[in-house]
Design a binder for this molecule. Structure first.
Ligand code: LLP
Length: 420
């Protein structure tokens, strides 16, 4: 259920005709549905209602638009951030510092310092030295930084290699077998208040078994830590739950995930924390685009659209599938390749796919583009930075402007010696 549905033969987002948005804002443009965001936020919360005390932090890397953050904050979500920029956004969106978790394998000293000054609720430490540096900084300020140690449980999450994070050869977390000794040393730091452990094994997960295996390893670890007298009050179980991108995709339901979590963690006696990203926003967004040309090809015609890999990088980066649908379908179908205007063969959204028949000037959407879409956009080929629109019922607002190449290169300088 995503609120992108046809009304009188034309795709709408909630009560707003996508043709209206294309006309008034132009294309390409991301369109988000508030109702879908709220629904997903509630479904996930509800799914975890049997899991005791729960803290939900939206992984804002999935969609950091301020308006989206605001909607999710209204639904009671804090934020999981991985950079000073994301922290600034979360604060700007009105998320209290105490509701913000700072994750990330390469937090700089400057970012750690800014996060301490802001009063961030939790630091998920990725290595011992980071804990020492953070502890010293906090101690110098007369503070104790609330922290967890992110462990790497060495499980194969069975997802795309580029978004798998829980195998021991990945850069994330510390070896779970060395976590007890490391935790002991960190717990002795004056400037740290060690609260527990964190994991995140990967994204777009379609199988609960590796998650359960990882959680069981965490359960054993917290029992061991408590044996050594450590006070464990929080466990951050990360994000990662997969979403359907195409017909036949069958990810675990949030309810099944919640039931597994409740079963595995029932004796833990901690506050559980979650960092969902994709689950909340992917199917709440679509990329609206216009067909520029339909170009004859060797095997199939190329539908050249005005969106490109710089606007939606996922197909080029991960061979990801995004459903393509005409905004006003005629009922006829065609087999085509779908590509953008960027000068790389990799700028291809689909090959040999059966789609609605389209011709130049027609509007279409790429579905499920609300997560890791606009946020991964670039201005490659000196294309504009793609704008974003938020729909709520019958109204909509432009929540991110189209940033034109002229604005981007206004920040560039030609040094004087080249002007002679
Ligand atoms: N927590 C941590 C520490 C993470 O690294 C991530 C995602 C999440 C939570 C949220 O995971 P989610 O619930 O969204 O699966 N750009 C890629 C996905 C990268 C995910 C990175 N980390 C894509 O477009 O598929």
């Amino acid at each position: 259920m995503d609120h992108f549905t046809a009304v009188d033969g034309t795709l709408h987002c909630e009560g707003v005709n996508l043709e209206t948005i294309a006309q008034e804002v132009g294309t390409p443009v991301y369109v988000y549905s508030t109702a879908t965001l709220r629904r997903h936020a509630r479904v996930f919360r509800e799914a975890l209602s049997g899991a005791g005390r729960v803290h939900l932090a939206f992984a804002i890397k999935a969609n950091p638009n301020l308006a989206v953050l605001r909607v999710l904050a209204q639904e009671g979500y804090g934020a999981d951030v991985v950079s000073g920029g994301e922290m600034a956004r979360a604060l700007a969106a009105g998320i209290p510092a105490s509701e913000i978790v700072f994750s990330g394998v390469g937090k700089t000293r400057r970012e750690l310092s800014a996060a301490l000054d802001a009063g961030i609720g939790q630091f998920n430490l990725e290595l011992e030295e980071e804990g020492e540096v953070l502890g010293a900084m906090a101690h110098a300020r007369g503070l104790r930084a609330p922290a967890t140690l992110r462990v790497n449980p060495d499980v194969d999450a069975g997802t795309h290699a580029k978004i798998s994070t829980g195998r021991k050869e990945n850069k994330f977390g510390v070896d779970i077998d060395r976590a007890v000794e490391m935790y002991g040393r960190l717990a002795e730091q004056d400037g740290l208040s060690m609260r527990g452990v964190a994991i995140h094994i990967g994204s777009q997960l379609f199988d609960l078994a590796p998650l359960e295996a990882a959680f069981l390893r965490v359960g054993a670890l917290i029992a061991e830590l408590r044996k050594f007298g450590h006070f464990i009050s929080r466990v951050d179980l990360g994000g990662g739950l997969g979403v359907p991108y195409k017909a036949g995709d069958n990810p675990p339901s949030p309810a099944d995930y919640g039931a597994m979590v409740a079963r595995v963690t029932q004796d833990w006696d901690v506050e559980l924390m979650f960092e969902p990203g994709r689950l909340l926003t992917a199917n709440a967004g679509a990329l609206l685009t216009e067909v520029v040309w339909v170009k004859p090809g060797a095997v199939n015609p190329y539908v050249i659209v005005d969106a490109a890999m710089n606007d939606l990088a996922r197909p080029a980066m991960y061979d990801a599938w995004h459903d393509f649908e005409a905004v006003r379908p005629s009922g006829a179908r065609m087999t085509a390749n779908i590509a953008g205007p960027v000068c790389e063969s990799g700028d291809t959204f689909a090959m040999g796919r059966e789609i609605d028949r389209v011709s130049s000037g027609d509007l279409a959407i790429f579905r499920s583009a609300g997560a890791y879409g606009a946020t991964m956009a670039s201005t490659y080929n000196s294309r504009a930075l793609v704008p974003e629109v938020l729909v709520d019922g019958d109204r909509y607002a432009v929540v991110a402007d189209r940033i034109l190449p002229e604005t981007i290169f206004a920040a560039e300088r030609v040094p004087e010696w080249l002007l002679e």
